[in-house]
Design a protein around this ligand. Structure first.
Ligand SMILES: NC(=O)c1ccc[n+]([C@@H]2O[C@H](COP(=O)([O-])OP(=O)(O)OC[C@H]3O[C@@H](n4cnc5c(N)ncnc54)[C@H](OP(=O)(O)O)[C@@H]3O)[C@@H](O)[C@H]2O)c1
Length: 222
């Protein structure tokens, strides 16, 4: 799963993923990209925006297309209908949202006609558990995957004494502990950013095992 956005580095991030597509083959990847709400202002602008992303990504469809953030004027209902149109046209398999609050997500769910909102991408990490109050229970109830962005708090988790202590007990690293905590929750996946191969391999080691309940409770108290 590779996650990017039309607006990262003016499209360069999508172009880099396009090179990966050309090298490893489209069918081996699950590609997620994001558009900003203004791109969904009307049908023409939305089609142009998604086609530009697909050109950069060197593919004719993405697996998941998100609208990221709230627009002051453009209603959510309108944006979701346009996303559905793009799915209907075959540009994406699934649709979702990013940085939505519960009330926005409710509105999005009520706006869909044929498709489902499958993802909400929100900040979630061991230091910032705000979504546990209402967003996470709401997402679980409505079968929406939370994609935790900023899952390592930008990398700062590796310096926290409690994470270092727990990591030593498991012979894991603090980053792996921080990520395992997130994915121990139902309906939560983590999207980590790294530019270093050794970090990417380390991130892979966050999966395939579980923290004990007592350590999860310690991390809950952070
Ligand atoms: N931040 C947001 O508000 C936001 C919003 C929407 C979507 N997202 C998505 O979420 C992704 C991740 O968010 P983020 O980049 O803000 O935060 P993040 O993933 O929590 O942190 C990334 C930082 O952690 C470092 N890192 C990665 N693996 C590490 C490891 N094993 N050990 C130590 N440090 C490590 C990275 O450095 P190296 O590169 O040197 O490894 C990078 O500086 C983004 O790429 C984006 O696609 C974020």
């Amino acid at each position: 799963m590779l996650e990017t956005a039309a607006f990262y580095a003016d499209g360069l991030a999508e172009e880099l993923i396009g090179r990966v597509v050309a090298r490893v083959g489209r069918e081996r990847l699950f590609i997620v990209t994001k558009l900003l709400p203004y791109s969904l202002a009307n049908e023409d602008s939305a089609i142009k925006a998604v086609q530009a992303s697909l050109r950069r990504l060197r593919t004719n469809y993405v697996d998941l297309l998100l609208v990221y953030g709230i627009h002051e004027i453009l209603p959510i209902q309108h944006q979701i209908r346009i996303l559905e149109m793009l799915a209907e046209m075959g540009y994406t398999r699934y649709i979702g949202v990013g940085s939505y609050r519960v009330k926005d997500l409710k509105e999005a769910i009520e706006s869909v006609r044929k498709y489902s909102i499958v993802v909400n991408q929100v900040v979630y990490n061991v230091f910032n558990k705000r979504i546990e109050r209402d967003m996470l229970p709401f997402s679980i109830k409505n079968n929406i995957l939370v994609q935790a962005c900023r899952p390592l708090d930008g990398g700062s988790v590796v310096r926290h004494p409690l994470l270092i202590k727990i990591a030593n007990n498991y012979k894991k690293t603090p980053a792996q502990i921080a990520l395992n905590f997130l994915i121990s929750r139902p309906n939560v996946a983590a999207i980590v950013k790294s530019e270093q191969k050794n970090h990417v391999l380390e991130i892979g080691g966050a999966m395939g095992w579980r923290l004990n309940i007592s350590d999860i409770e310690l991390l809950e108290s952070l």
